[in-house]
Design a protein around this ligand. Sequence first.
Ligand SMILES: Nc1ncnc2c1ncn2[C@@H]1O[C@H](COP(=O)(O)OP(=O)(O)OP(=O)(O)O)[C@@H](O)[C@H]1O
Ligand SMILES: [Mg+2]
Length: 454
Amino acid sequence: MVKILLIDDEKNLLRVVSLNLIKKGFLVDTAISAEEGLGLFLEKKYDVILCDLKLSGMNGIELLSKVRSLDRQTVFIIITAFGNIEQAVYAMKLGADDFISKPVDIEGLVLNLNIFLNRNKGSKSADIKTTEDEALLKIKGGFIFKSPKIGEILSEIYLTAKSMSNILITGETGTGKELIARIIHNLSGRNGEFVPINCSAVPTELLENEFFGHEKGSYTGAISMQKGKFEAAEGGTLFLDEIGEMPLFTQAKLLRVIQDKEFSRIGSNLKIKLNSRIICATNIELERAVIEKKFREDLFYRINVLHFKIPPLRERREDIIPLANFFVKKYSELNKKNIESISDEAIELLMNYSYPGNIRELENIIERAVIISPYDILEPSCLPKTLNNEESGAKDDRSPNDLISGNIKLEYVEKELIKRVLGENGFNQTKSAAALGISRKQLITKMKKYNLFR
Ligand SMILES: Nc1ncnc2c1ncn2[C@@H]1O[C@H](COP(=O)(O)OP(=O)(O)OP(=O)(O)O)[C@@H](O)[C@H]1O
Ligand SMILES: [Mg+2]
């Protein structure tokens, strides 16, 4: 049986959480202080320690360091008040496996415990200390940031994720709206699915069907019953992306569903209860769309109970380098390359660029740079010309010098240049040939010679 040591100075929490865990089949000991917990830990062996962060006397972090200096296997989970992200990151750096917020969600906790306990079975000697980036990643569900602006938004998300309130997420394209919506869903403790619908991608006449599904024979072509996305999101989250593009006709239907909290499949009178959290996202200014009568004011207020505005990347430049490093690691691994860092000159270019496509654009830039880079460090020569030409005036004259100074063969230069141009043009042969000033046929011959096909 799995043995858990639960440490908290709130007697009530000790009682409720231990009772619930015992009901789930765990053996639980409790301690009212870290000192008492440490005593028990030294005396007996536990599979899991659940410890409150703030304790009078020795606190959760101090206990964690003591435990980790003796033992790396015991799963250590920090319990913290909502929004205490900095300390949670610190705890994860010191080797905590996870952190959970109060009030403790027992179902979610048990699910996580099973994952951690299975992991430990697999790798007995794994070093479970994480780097700061990895710790952040784990806590934010993959959302990398350093800027206080994003920190504030995430703290608010931690506070509200478990509520049922509808949420509106706005921000320019590529700022991470969908990623944020997924994080909210993961933190919501809801068991159902995260179901996204792109309202601009589905033709108007099909949107209603997509939302509510239909009964067999409800219209020509409805050969069998089909559930809609509202049903698929039962007990989960319905993510209505690009809500600003939703036709007025569908807006009216959606408003009714949100108000009545129920809906029906097309061709059916049977009412189905709405039991999903609705998160909407858009990159247009809905307030203006309301004034211009393109978006219903009543619907706007219904979906806008909580509003998270994700700032563009150029307004949170502190995030550029952590994000770039994260993408370098990601694409270096994916492409089996050994790129570990970004040169100071390339960092300067990255920091000075305006990123109209935000994080998605930064991600694309780094992916391409990793693919075409001949070095194990990303240099300005791997970055698109747009960055090199940005108003900062920064110029990249390193590439030719680097290549010439190293007594490099002309063939190598040719191959690298073609590789780079292909990468910059998404391997489009016509565009690449034009950029290189050769015919497409000549390009293909050279691609064959250097084996440059994707
Ligand atoms: N903070 C972040 N950390 C890591 N990856 C991020 C972050 N923000 C965005 N991304 C990545 O950037 C890309 C774009 O993010 P996402 O699709 O969430 O943006 P969006 O705001 O929904 O864009 P659009 O308006 O174009 O639909 C995704 O690949 C996402 O994983
Ligand atoms: Mg999106």
